[in-house]
Design a protein around this ligand. Sequence first.
Ligand code: MN
Length: 168
Amino acid sequence: MSLKTKPRRFVVQQHKARQTHWDFRLQENDKMKSWILPKGPSLNPSVKSFAIETSDHDLKYGNFEGIIDVGLYGAGKVLQWDRGTYRILEGNLNSDIIKFELNGKKLKGKWALVKTKRGWLLIKQKDEHATTSNIVRTAPKSVKSGKKIDDITKRDGFIVKEKDLGWD
Ligand code: MN
C-alpha cells in the first residue's frame, strides 16, 4: 500500500484539565500530530470546529486513559473519547489543508483540517456520516471503558512523570 492510503491510528482524548477540551491526534510514525479542540468535534458540515495545534505526543500516549497527577501540565482526567484508523485523502500532515477519512467508533467518513491565520478548523465533509446531532453531548462515553469523564479514576491509569505524557 502507498503511504497515502495506508491506514494509521487516530485518537480523540477528552481531557478534563483546567478547562475540558478534546485532544485530536493523528499518527505520524511513532508520534501523533495533535490539535486541541476546545468544543470537541462536530458531525455537522456547517460547523467549523476551532482547533489549536499543540506538541506531538508519543504514539503510546494515545492509548492512555486515566489521571494525570497534580503538578504536571495537563493535570486532570483523560478519556478515550474515540479512536480508530485514518487515511490521508489529500495533502499530508504538514499541509495547510489536510483531507482525510476517519474510521472510528464515533467519527467516520471524510474530514478536513484547514489552517487559517488565527488557527486551525476541523470540518466534517458532506457524506453519509454527516449529521446535525451533537456527538459530544449524545456520545460522551469512553470507547475503551464505557465510562464518562467524571467516572475516571487512578485505576484506569495514572501518570506521575512528564515523560510519560510523550512530549519531546
Ligand atoms: Mn489536553
